[in-house]
Design a protein around this ligand. Structure first.
Ligand SMILES: [Zn+2]
Ligand SMILES: [Zn+2]
Length: 333
């Protein structure tokens, strides 16, 4: 089978012919049908998030179960599933006990280590990270929800702890994750003011349901719209600078977008205005199932462009250069 492989960081991927793996007793073998490209794949390829080369990237795969280990329950051959990266967890740490096994120190992350990932034609999944895909979702629509969608939804669940539906929130960065933040926010009853520097992403924000979309490159001081919550789905340092201006006293900034380096924050200003900065990272298996269900029942459809696996290197470059408004989804089978 084919597997797009990072042999060396920052070098073109190679499509290798590798053997189809055999699932261990606690694993699922999935024939991948569609798989999308996430910004974390780019960060992995750059060698900044702990990926271990050589490896096959991709952590937004949707496929059909081909074989199941003897101890796996709840799944059957032929089920259509998607899965998140965490596998081989310890079952014993506080995070594993709480269902937050993506934070387990002993886990392996599929798509960041090993010869199989979302961009191999077959992949091994951990049942604890695997969910069934609702019938109403196509493979292509479901794939971006496996990381971008659950990240957006779980961030908004954090928002919902302190801002009720009906109020308006700010979303900075309207790309692959940001447009899904907007779509889920609208379904959860929020008004959305969207901010980006790129006109194509502002159009995507409007198409995704944003009530207002502002170009931050030309935003005058009077255009700053404060809200109690600001979700930052851009990794630009300037996005975080803006977030502090856009957030009302006692409000919270939810960090999804990861800047390449450190950013500085003004603690004095945070103290004066009682502001909090909260990070969020994907979601639980339950939150993934909820994100998929909401998408299926409320017709949330990610914006995507289809590509072939042979075009994987172009995709990495297009993402790096900010050319992709939504998601790139690769046809795998
Ligand atoms: Zn653990
Ligand atoms: Zn991701």
């Amino acid at each position: 089978m084919r597997a797009a492989t990072v042999l060396e960081f920052n070098k073109p991927l190679q499509i290798l012919d590798v053997p189809i793996p055999t699932p261990a007793s606690d694993q699922i073998l999935v024939r991948v049908l569609a798989s999308s490209l996430c910004n974390s794949d780019i960060a992995g390829w750059m060698g900044v998030v702990g990926a271990v080369a050589p490896y096959c990237p991709g952590h937004e795969p949707v496929g059909i179960i081909e074989a199941i280990g003897s101890s796996v329950k709840g799944f059957a051959k032929g089920d259509r599933v998607g899965f998140m990266p965490a596998s081989s967890i310890c079952f014993d740490c506080n995070d594993c006990i709480a269902g937050n096994h993506r934070f387990c120190e002993k886990k392996t992350s599929v798509g960041f280590k090993g010869p199989y990932g979302g961009f191999s034609e077959f992949c091994l999944a951990d049942p604890l990270s695997t969910v069934k895909i609702p019938d109403a979702l196509t493979n292509e629509s479901a794939a971006p929800l496996l990381c971008a969608g659950v990240t957006a939804y779980a961030a908004l669940k954090k928002v919902s702890q302190f801002v009720t539906g009906g109020k308006t929130i700010n979303v900075i960065g309207c790309g692959g994750v940001g447009h899904l933040v907007i779509m889920y926010a609208k379904e959860m009853g929020y008004g959305v003011h969207a901010f980006d520097v790129a006109e194509d992403k502002l159009q995507l924000a409007r198409d995704s349901g944003a009530d207002k979309a502002y170009n931050t490159a030309t935003l005058a001081d009077g255009g700053v719209k404060q809200a109690n919550a600001t979700v930052v789905s851009s990794g630009a340092t300037s996005a975080y600078d803006l977030a502090f201006k856009l957030t009302q006293n006692h409000g919270r900034i939810i960090a999804i977008g990861v800047p390449r380096g450190d950013i500085s924050v003004n603690i004095l200003e945070m103290v004066r205005h009682d502001l909090s900065l909260i990070a969020t990272n994907q979601g639980t298996k339950q939150e993934l199932a909820e994100a998929l269900e909401i998408a299926a029942t409320h017709n949330i459809k990610p914006c995507y462009e289809m590509r072939e696996l042979e075009q994987i290197n172009e995709g990495f470059q297009d993402m790096l250069q900010g050319k992709i408004a939504g998601r790139l989804v690769y046809r795998m089978g």
